[in-house]
Each structure stands twice: as C-alpha cells, then as structure tokens.
Design a protein around this ligand. Structure first.
Ligand SMILES: Nc1ncnc2c1ncn2[C@@H]1O[C@H](COP(=O)(O)OP(=O)(O)OP(=O)(O)O)[C@@H](O)[C@H]1O
Length: 211
C-alpha cells in the first residue's frame, strides 16, 4: 500500500477550465518525488489537495489506505503531513524555538516537552543555539528554511510536502536544503514530495511526475 496516492483525481476552480484530470499517482515512504510542469499546470493546486486545503471535485486521495476526506483535516495537517513553502511562512517576530513549538501546540504536546523537542530539531537542522533565540526575520533565507523544515517535521509526519522550497535560495544553500530532504527520505523513511521548476531539485528525485 502506498503512503499517499491519488485515484482518478480531478479538480477545477471553474467548470470551464479543468486543472487536474483523472490523476493517478502513488507516493511511497523512503523516496523523493518531484512534481514538475509548466507554470499554471496545477502543481500548487495538487499540493493543496494532498494537504487537504482543498477537496477533489472527483476521485480520491488515500493516506495509508484511508480516503483523506474521511480524516479530520486539522488532525491530518497537524499530525500526518508537514508542509514547507518557498517563502518559509514563519512568524517573523517570533524566534525559531517559538516557531517550531507552535506546531506542537496544535498537535497537543505537553508544554514541558515542546521546547526541548524544538531545540533538538533546530540543532539537527544546524541552527546555532544563539540563533534559535533571535526573531526569525533576522536569520538568513537558508536558516529560515531550516527552521521551516524543523517546524514541518516537529510532530514526526510521514509525509513532507514542499512547494519550491529552494526557490529563494542561492545554489550553495539550495544544496544544503536538498541534503536535508535526502536525509529525511533515506535515513528517516519519510515520503518527500517537492514541487519544483529547478533541474537541480529534479536531479535528486527518485521519481518525477509531470503535470
Ligand atoms: N484560487 C484560484 N481560483 C481560480 N483559479 C486559480 C486559483 N488558484 C490557481 N488558479 C489557476 O489554476 C491553475 C493552476 O494553478 P497552480 O498555482 O496550481 O499552478 P502551478 O503549476 O503551481 O503554477 P506555477 O508553476 O506558476 O506556480 C492556474 O491557471 C491558476 O491561474
């Protein structure tokens, strides 16, 4: 059974313009997937469907064999799936520890464990102790993306979805971030799904789905 799959998935915003048509895709743990396609092909729309921000117009999405329309959307998004964005989407005046702890609030973690867990993840993402306490808007783009990844994996989801996660980063920083995704897939058995235009990102994918 795939970790995540689509069955005849179709979507449109307005009936006269189909965006996704009878899409059948399968995503496994321990692998990296790249979703590619020209601008407007529906890549971000697909991520919003996979993360239950929108619902299919037709067809199904299955998480561990269960139709996600039967799973509580808040629970699914705060436990099963972690999302990383091109623009990081962190709370700029909060520090890194607070940004990571916030997602643990949603997952109902005990207060005493949150800070320790957030710090452990940030250390793993190579954020220095002193930087953990600075407002994240003072950090570099690469550091902010590492904080965003720490946040996305904080509640140990099996799936990481990322929309152009290296779009705002220089080549050297992109490489560091891609190494993190490789570690998540191959050392932690996550299912990593990356939407991208960049050939440097598709190069690390085990499978490429073109929309
Ligand atoms: N909220 C919306 N309402 C109506 N149409 C939308 C909405 N969001 C996206 N679209 C349209 O749906 C199509 C797919 O958009 P989407 O953002 O999924 O494409 P994409 O492949 O991610 O594009 P890009 O590579 O430029 O980010 C586009 O034609 C877009 O204009």
């Amino acid at each position: 059974m795939s970790e995540l799959s689509t069955k005849d998935l179709s979507f449109y915003y307005t009936k006269d313009k189909s965006i996704l048509k009878e899409l059948n895709l399968a995503f496994e743990r321990g692998k990296i997937y790249a979703i590619v396609g020209k601008s407007g092909a529906g890549k971000t729309t697909l991520l919003s469907l996979l993360s239950q921000l929108q619902s299919p117009k037709d067809g199904h999405i299955y998480y561990e064999g269960q139709d996600i329309s039967n799973i509580n959307a808040d629970h699914y998004r705060s436990c099963n799936i972690g999302v990383v964005f091109q623009s990081y989407n962190l709370l700029p005046s909060w520090n890194a520890i607070e940004n990571v702890s916030l997602s643990l609030d949603i997952a109902n973690w005990k207060e005493s464990d949150k800070k320790t867990h957030a710090k452990m993840l940030l250390e793993k993402m190579q954020i220095d102790e002193s930087d953990m306490h600075r407002a994240v808007h003072q950090l570099s783009g690469g550091q902010q993306q590492r904080v965003a990844i720490a946040r996305a994996i904080s509640y140990n989801p099996s799936i990481i979805l990322a929309d152009e996660p290296t779009g705002n980063l220089d080549k050297a920083t992109e490489k560091e971030i891609l190494t993190i995704f490789q570690q998540l897939a191959y050392e932690e058995d996550k299912c990593v799904i990356l939407v991208t235009h960049a050939s440097s990102v598709t190069k690390i994918a085990d499978e490429i789905y073109r929309l």
